[in-house]
Design a protein around this ligand. Sequence first.
Ligand code: AMP
Length: 433
Amino acid sequence: MPKTKKNSSFQSIKGMHDILPSEQLYWEKIRKELKETAEAYNFLRIDTPIVENSDLFQRSLGETTDIVEKQMFTFQSRGGDKLTLRPEGTAGIMRSYIQYGLSHLGQPLKLYYDGPMFRYEQPQAGRYRQFNQAGFEIIGGGDEPIYDIQVILPIFRLLENLKIKNLIIHVNTIGCKNCRPAYRKKLIEYYKNHQKDLCKDCNRRFEDNPLRLLDCSNSDCAEIRKEAPAILDDLCNNCHKHFKSFLEYMEELGLPYELDSHLVRGLDYYNRTVFEIFTSGVSEEGKSFDLALAGGGRYDYLAEMLGGRSTSATGGAIGVERIVEALKLLKINFGARPKAKVFLINIGDLARKKSLALLEDFIRAGVRASESLGKDSLNAQLRAADKEGVEIALILGQKEAFSDSVIIRDMKSGVQETVLIKKAVAEVKKRLK
Ligand code: AMP
């Protein structure tokens, strides 16, 4: 992120950042690719509010998850409602799906979105309190593993189209209501012997949500995790078949993946397939990096958890700031902003009055024109025209303004010609390559 001046009286909120004009080219490119990819894969756009009832997240993400316990921006509205700035996009989309009965739009219904999310995390490189996610969801129509692939594919292609290399998809399954309890027991059994070495959070997780023990970033806990039992041995037949078939699709498509038997993801609403996508490499400056770019999974129980009908669903989200970071590390640029072709120069009061209307003619005709109309001196304006690298300067002086004409100056050759203002656009178009 750009450096801030410490002496300015107001600073942006900790963990929240501006996207300055110099960064916008990355964001425009990512949004453009997102729209094109989503449309190519037949996803419909959905936008949900940034604020939802706190209960929605408590119920769907789970009371004992880090997000709900520690990271939500929650406040009371003037009307006394308990509201939360959304920490992720899926819960709000499922709320909307149930509220509007969106199942009639398609079985399954494929939706995509992008927008800001809010989590009260400890800010560090690549981790913010306000950040943007772009996501894909496939809701309804059954729990076929092919839908998991149909979420991973657009995410993967989007990253590929943005020229991010060395992508690897970590995959796992976390089973279902039938097979998870036995695995849970095994985990508790294993962790019992290590309880004293676990961090404070994990000691709490041990009681409430043992699967989350596998998710801890504390280095001691990570060490203990290495020997923890993997769920793969405890899957029921259906989950086993589901995961096997999912992996067969991955193979068929040649998607680069790695089995990560301890990947559980932090939220309660997931079941069966879970995934995370990483990129790694060495930047031109020799800095090695390993970035988590996206994550997601199946969430077949969420609709019911929110009071809707049982509806299978799967989805995933990409961290947009992380993409920007990867693009910067890899020195991937997407060209410069399109330049103006014409620069309008005015000298004198009457010319200045007429200049805005002339500029409007060019804007309407779709010819990119630039100006520094607030400046008086011809030289300053010519210098500005030169700096912009335009092909043509239009000079509207006092004399020209009186005779409703304008000078067309070829910036390369210096050749000038006077034409009537009303013919200026057509004459310029003729000269532009
Ligand atoms: P999650 O919703 O936690 O699975 O995150 C999905 C993706 O969003 C991650 O892989 C990151 O790329 C990104 N992400 C999550 N949390 C943050 C954050 N606090 N700041 C920036 N990006 C984030």
